[in-house]
Design a protein around this ligand. Structure first.
Ligand SMILES: Cc1cc2nc3c(=O)[nH]c(=O)nc-3n(C[C@H](O)[C@H](O)[C@H](O)COP(=O)(O)O)c2cc1C
Length: 277
């Protein structure tokens, strides 16, 4: 592992790598250095660059080669403004020169089943999950392609906070649903690498084992706060939980999930025609 790979690993995990990586290349480096970008310059992304990135993105693997994904490029500033106006938390998206909405699309195969006069006999939860996973894979491929060209991206599930309104704006028909938005542009600043959980928590050998997770996550909280301390003003829901002396990743996200969010999503997905049994 070169010094720069060691450094990238250290930034990503706040730890020294356990083993030297046997290979180091640009792709590994690009992935280790990934950071979401929410501040963009005014530089536009030429259409030919965008279509190249999309072509690359759709090269992702796809469940059963079904290709159950559609992406909507929000090029019309009125439609973009309408999406953003749904949620004050999306104000920063105004500056993004490109806004894409990645959708799971189980409609195409159902339309083709009708057209080819075959029964669609797989109307169950798997249909929803496969389309959602395909959408995530293509979006991630897009992010890596974009970052390889010096662009920055940020996925946006907050577009689903007003799911019915978003769906109406995008005129989504049955069996198509938004997975996430993606803001894309040239980064205004370098941003920072967000430290990840150690592989001792996320990588299991042969069988699942979370015996020591609470301890490992506690250590991770401390490492992470040591590098990027959360200011008191950024603590989540202080009106409910007060200001914690020992704030960290696990406090942040258990607070986040202590408050219901997007409780209408299941109803929306059923309304789009999915049978979730
Ligand atoms: C499916 C998905 C949805 C996300 N939604 C949002 C969002 O709504 N708003 C936001 O600011 N970041 C969003 N993010 C970005 C995450 O907050 C970010 O990936 C995470 O904090 C780790 O930071 P990093 O990407 O810089 O490593 C989303 C990421 C994913 C994968």
């Amino acid at each position: 592992m070169t010094t720069s790979h060691m450094h990238a690993y250290q930034q990503r995990y706040g730890l020294q790598p356990e083993h030297e990586l046997p290979v180091c290349n640009e792709t590994l480096m690009l992935q280790l250095k990934h950071r979401s970008c929410r501040k963009f310059t005014e530089e536009i992304i030429p259409n030919d660059v965008l279509s190249t990135l999309l072509a690359s993105a759709f090269s992702a693997p796809s469940k059963s080669d079904l290709q159950q994904i559609s992406v909507i490029n929000i090029a019309d500033i009125k439609i973009k403004a309408e999406i953003i106006s749904n949620n004050p938390l999306l104000k920063w998206v105004e500056q993004a020169p490109v806004l894409l909405i990645w959708c799971g699309d189980s409609r195409r195969i159902r339309t083709l089943s009708d057209h080819r006069e075959h029964t669609f006999a797989n109307d169950h939860l798997d249909a929803f999950m496969n389309a959602a996973v395909d959408a995530g894979m293509v979006m991630q491929n897009f992010i890596i392609s974009a970052e390889s060209m010096g662009l920055g991206c940020c996925p946006i599930s907050q577009v689903r906070d007003s799911i019915n309104s978003l769906s109406n704006i995008l005129k989504l028909p049955k069996w198509v649903f938004p997975v996430a938005g993606l803001a894309v542009g040239f980064p205004q600043d370098a941003g920072h690498v967000s430290m990840r959980l150690p592989n001792t928590v996320t990588v299991h050998q042969n069988v699942y084992d979370d015996t020591n997770d609470v301890q490992h996550v506690g250590d991770y909280d401390k490492r992470r706060e040591g590098v990027h301390p959360t200011p008191d003003a950024a603590q989540l829901h202080p009106q409910l939980f007060g200001i914690s002396e020992e704030y960290g990743w696990s406090e942040q996200h258990t607070r986040q999930y202590a408050v219901p969010m997007r409780t209408d999503f299941g109803d929306y997905i059923r309304k789009q025609g999915f049978n979730l049994k």
